[in-house]
Design a binder for this molecule. Structure first.
Ligand SMILES: [Ca+2]
Ligand SMILES: [Ca+2]
Length: 503
């Protein structure tokens, strides 16, 4: 009898507790801490993209949360990727395909969209933005209404130790990879991290949405000396096939940004640039660690959802390119972690299904009970936070210019360019995407399957506010291809071997 009473009493106690606990939780919405990293590919420990990478802090975050190992950006360029992510709309639905100065877009064109942090602010969140959340950091679009606090930080007079790194002559900013002798306090990403640390040290009554944009590993690779010194030559070269471009249609080849390669090939500087890239990622990892340590010590640790993403990846010589702006794995695949300390069954596991970063908008709304504006694309990933093995039916899509789309499933990549030309790769047999199977009729049924996921309609390109425009697409089919062919000629003039191409 006693044991029955105990059981009954215990059950009663539990039911009272469970009745109370959710109410308290409902009042305390979880905070959001979002790390927005610039140009970081899979050269991080938790994705295994380079054997020499050193990222203990991000690895720790990945091991606590759900590590999405097959995540892909909406577009392989800062501006279109971030516009898509922050507004929650695919480029083919917004018309924001290339780069924009968003301040100069005509009134009315994008006003119906709801920037994610603004939506949170209007739902009772205190919002703090740091540096490059949008493209660019100095972007003033809706800044006052989006952020309760916003600050942007740059480097302070960094003294480069040129002899230890690479400093091309003539000067090309994108090719600089040098340690700086300044104290940490002078480096912008340290400043970005410390802004977040200060924020987390303060007392906040309302739930907060804290977004930190780190600029490295975007070029130039200028980092504190201590980070540079952690990497010693030789730096392992990534797998590169010399004539990789030969089976790729010209629209795709022209995405290989070979013009930047010339000075570094002449100088044999690939290793120094790869070292600079690894050191830049390592510096960001230190800064992620600084913020996570501050969060762990704060009262918010148990109620703050952490999201980490990069706007796209980066090529370090693969497919003959040193840039992003392509529809291959190096550019489309990014680190992506969601950690919910309130407990998700998927915490500590990895999700290998192909997912798009476009889904961040709906996922964060779903996790916080915020109603999603009707126009928003994507799906909520909360089922995958619960069960990362759940099959994902829809492939992740990356858009680069109107008419150019690539679809990634777990096993395949299918790409269709504006002129109808195609690429198809078996990711299981050919993870480096070296052998284009698109012209092999054995795989026609695979292509047909993927074709049904291509956009049925395309918004016209937004014409005001255009900035950088460096893609061959339905709106500018020739310019970038001609520029690619000109650069092939420049290779010949320099006595360097040009990438092969099909006329
Ligand atoms: Ca970027
Ligand atoms: Ca190839």
């Amino acid at each position: 009898m006693n044991s029955i009473l105990k059981t009954l009493g215990y059950t009663a106690l539990i039911s009272i507790e469970t009745a109370i606990v959710p109410k308290i939780n409902a009042q305390e919405k979880p905070n959001i801490l979002m790390f927005c990293v610039d140009d970081m590919n899979d050269w991080v420990g938790f994705l295994g993209g380079h054997p020499q990478t050193i990222t203990p802090n991000m690895d720790r975050l990945a091991s606590k949360g759900v590590n999405f190992t097959n995540a892909h950006c909406p577009a392989p360029g800062c501006s279109p990727s971030r516009n898509s992510l922050i507004f929650g709309i695919e480029p083919h639905n917004s018309g924001l395909y290339p780069f924009y100065n968003i301040n100069n877009i005509e009134a009315g064109v994008i006003d119906s969209y709801y920037p994610l942090p603004l939506l949170f602010r209007n739902n009772g969140y205190y919002t703090k933005g740091i540096t490059k959340v949008w493209h660019n950091p100095d972007n003033a679009y809706l800044q006052d209404s989006t952020w309760d606090e916003y600050s942007s930080h740059g480097d302070s007079n960094i003294q480069l130790i040129k002899e230890e790194g690479y400093y091309p002559d003539p000067y090309v900013k994108r090719l600089v990879a040098c340690p700086g002798s300044n104290p940490l306090e002078d480096f912008m990403d340290y400043k970005n991290a410390m802004q977040a640390v200060d924020f987390l040290d303060k007392s906040h009554e309302d739930p907060f949405f804290l977004a930190i944009g780190f600029i490295r590993p975007h070029t130039p690779f200028i980092v504190p000396k201590e980070n540079y010194d952690r990497f010693q030559v030789p730096i392992q070269e990534p797998p590169i096939k010399a004539d990789d471009l030969v089976d790729i249609p010209i629209a795709g080849q022209s995405n290989a940004q070979i013009y930047v390669e010339i000075p570094m090939r002449r100088d044999g500087a690939w290793e120094k640039l790869r070292r600079g890239y690894l050191a830049s990622i390592n510096f960001i990892d230190d800064n992620v660690g600084r913020v996570m340590d501050a969060l762990d010590k704060s009262p918010y640790a148990d109620n703050t959802i952490i999201v980490l993403w990069s706007d796209h990846g980066f090529h370090l010589g693969e497919k003959r390119t040193y840039s992003k702006f392509s529809l291959w794995n190096e550019a489309t695949r990014t680190p992506f972690i969601i950690y919910d300390p309130r407990g998700q069954n998927g915490n500590g596991l990895q999700c290998d299904e192909s997912v798009g970063l476009i889904n961040i908008y709906r996922t964060l709304c779903d996790m916080t009970g915020i109603e999603v504006p009707e126009y928003v694309d994507g799906i909520s990933l909360t089922p995958w936070l619960d069960n990362p093995k759940l099959e994902m039916e829809k492939p992740a899509m990356t858009t680069w210019g109107r008419g150019n789309y690539t679809l990634r499933s777990k096993e395949w990549r299918y790409t269709r360019y504006f002129d109808g030309s195609e690429e198809l790769y078996s990711e299981t047999c050919d993870p480096n995407e070296w052998v284009n199977l698109a012209n092999n009729e054995r795989f026609d049924s695979i292509k047909d399957e993927f074709s049904k996921w291509l956009p049925k309609t395309e918004a016209p390109q937004v014409s005001s506010g255009l900035e950088l425009y460096n893609v061959a697409d339905a709106d500018s089919p020739i310019l970038n291809i001609n520029s690619f062919l000109n650069n092939v000629s420049k290779y010949n003039a320099e006595g360097l071997q040009p990438p092969l191409y099909i006329k």
